[in-house]
Design a protein around this ligand. Structure first.
Ligand SMILES: Cc1ncc(COP(=O)(O)O)c(C=O)c1O
Length: 371
């Protein structure tokens, strides 16, 4: 039987032809396709300025720089995310302040976030883990009360909704990822939704060496920028993918629903929230019943692989990584994030899967746990 990976990008022949066209055009780096991709994203987000670049990591880092956040500042975030979320805070010289996650949503515990605010706090970076949105009402109530910037790490939640509004249409700064595993991809890439053209102009400079081009063909550099622009090769993939986002997400929702229908509840897993309104179902992640199991998570993953099914881990709690332990965090600091990080497994979920694939995962998983 064919191996079923936990994710796979959906790239059609029209996309491949569009990439070939860019390659033949003579203009392969940032150019007209990037502009068109940004315009399409902006249209999706109610006309807000959007700029794309080569990763969401860069989008988050430049968002911090746009906010003027640096040494001496604190940024509150979750320890249960891809490590990029906190690495960017260190990258700009600020201090990440982790707080635990809610055991049910697995997203940042906003009560704990509010209690962590100090006079040095400048921003909150919430993460919509697996595509399930953080409570935007409560998030912005806290941010407004305490005059904090919000940099939404929506790397995983493109096309998700809060109160009927698509993530990105409202809020402060919103970063999406187009990494190969995400609901839409440019192979590598990301974007930032901003509040004003002024922010977008500064962002453009930060994205490419701080350069401003002048009408007479000259240029100036007045801020220190890096190099994180997106190529037209990638942007044209993004354009084709964006047109399919709703279709992809709808299929993901149907597949997630199928998982709940076919799930063997006697196995003792904790399932993710059964949400079919807000989440974009970026991942389907049950938590293993580890204390009742005779095998480890690693052995579970290996046995699934031998039966032709790919299983991922997204993510171990990051405060226990060596880099962060060296900054003082230790086991026991965030019990929910640690428990979820230890037990989580990512099962196959991508738009070209069939219901039969979900059924196969459910049956195989029962066999592995019961054997
Ligand atoms: C929650 C989260 N934040 C940030 C990132 C970084 O995205 P990118 O790989 O585009 O830099 C990712 C990507 O995996 C992510 O899942």
């Amino acid at each position: 039987m064919e191996f079923l990976p936990f994710t796979r990008p959906t790239l059609d022949e029209a996309t491949i032809a569009a990439v070939a066209e860019v390659l033949r055009s003579g203009w392969i780096t940032s150019g007209p396709k990037l502009k068109a991709f940004e315009a399409a994203l902006s249209q999706r987000y109610g006309g807000r300025p959007v700029r794309a670049l080569n990763s969401a990591t860069a989008a988050l880092e430049l968002a911090l720089r746009l906010c003027g956040i640096g040494p001496g500042d604190e940024v509150i975030t979750t320890p249960l995310s891809w490590v990029a979320t906190a690495n960017v805070i260190l990258e700009v010289g600020a201090a990440p302040i982790f707080v635990d996650v809610d055991a049910t949503t697995r997203n940042i515990d906003l009560g704990a976030a509010e209690r962590a605010i100090t006079p040095r706090s400048r921003a909150i970076i919430p993460v919509d883990l697996a595509g399930l949105p953080v409570d935007r009402d409560r998030l912005y109530a806290i941010a407004n009360t305490h005059k904090l910037r919000v940099i939404e790490d929506a790397a995983q939640s493109i096309g998700a909704h809060w109160n009927g509004h698509e993530i990105g249409r409202e809020g402060d700064l919103i970063a999406f990822s187009f990494h190969a595993n995400k609901n839409i991809t440019t192979a590598e890439g990301g974007c930032l939704v901003m509040n004003s053209e002024e922010e977008a102009r500064l962002f453009e400079k930060l994205r490419l060496q701080g350069v401003t081009r002048q009408a007479d063909g000259g240029m100036d550099v007045d801020v220190l920028g890096g190099k994180s622009n997106l190529t037209d090769i990638a942007a044209v993939i993004g354009l084709k993918q964006l047109a399919k986002l709703d279709e992809f997400n709808s299929k993901r929702r149907d597949l997630a629903r199928r998982y709940f229908e076919r799930w063997d509840n006697d196995l003792g897993f904790d399932l993710p929230p059964k949400d079919f309104e807000r989440s974009n179902w970026h991942m389907f992640q049950p938590l293993l019943p580890l204390s009742d199991m005779r095998i480890t998570r690693g052995e579970f993953i290996e046995r699934m692989r031998l039966r032709g099914i790919g299983v991922g881990v997204h993510y171990p709690a990051m405060h226990l990584f060596t880099l962060y332990r060296a900054r003082g965090w230790k086991a026991g600091d965030f019990p929910n994030a640690e428990d979820i990080g230890n037990r989580t497994v990512t099962l196959p979920l991508f738009p070209t899967m069939e219901f039969a694939d979900v059924d196969r995962v459910c049956v195989t998983l029962s066999e592995v746990l019961r054997s």
